[in-house]
Design a protein around this ligand. Sequence first.
Ligand code: MRU
Length: 343
Amino acid sequence: MRTVEWREGKVCLIDQRVLPAEFRVLELETPEEVARAIREMAVRGAPAIGAAAAFGLALAARRSRAADRAGLWRDLEEAAAVLRAARPTAVNLAWALERVLGRCAAESDPDALRDRVLAEAQAIADEDVEVNRRLGEVGAAIVPDGATILHHCNTGALATVDYGTALGVIRTAHEQGKRVHVLVDETRPLLQGARLTAWELQQLGIPFTLIADNAAGHFLRTGQVDLVLVGADRVAANGDVANKIGTYKLAVVAKENGVPFYPCVPTSTIDLSTPTGDDIPIEERPAGEVTDLLFRGMPIAPAGVRVANPAFDVTPHRYVTGIITEKGIAYPPFGLSLQRIAG
Ligand code: MRU
């Protein structure tokens, strides 16, 4: 199944909190349940949460008791506010909600409006899959045969509706017969690399090695990495890139060692209304995500410690070799190239 899909009036999601131990599907019936699944990261990854939120609006449209268009629109705007507040950094969430509302605003008949909202959400989901496949083709062109690729977090089918962004590039290169090997960052604190990327690569039969996050610098310095491919949650107009915490460190060490660093994004992740990375809101997540782990059956930290848990960081554009999108690769100066691709 797709990571996010609409089935018989419900939003169905692969529950990413329990993978790889268990494959569980959630069936959600209200926009509040979808917002909660996004907040608690049952569904995660910028494109996946955008599609889930769009389907959340379709749930709101169905459940609304409003008989007239004005009442229905109020209910949709209320649901959109709840969904938008679920996570702040990935622009795809707000982008998807604005796209649904924007394209449905002219509809005056309430029943037609209900249908239109669902159709638009479904279009976002379907387009995401097509866009990822095109992005995979574009990106695979710069992957040399025999490449070792360092990858952070999870950018695969699970982070999107299907196929993936950076992992989609790796997947396309593999499907084209190129020999690739992936160094998979475990990605503390929620271990999206170890739990989700390793699970996906195993299923796809793509060779990989799981490494502790702390090991990435070693592999970069000793010439064991040909390129770094990551996803992104928001690309600012100047090419600064917000992505999973730890990405910045990789980009700096990659540049220091002459290794190309490419974020791979659908154009819906490029936010030309955000001038620089400093303007991107960084989500702070609960302390328990850092501390509530067991090591040999014991807590990993003393009780009551102070924790900081920013979920994303910003990589300044000077560390970015190019930004791979479904419409081509943007190269510096990003102010111009991103405007051309996403303007
Ligand atoms: O906190 P997460 O797991 O939602 O973070 C995901 C990432 O940082 C991904 O790299 C990003 O969303 C791009 S996924 C195609």
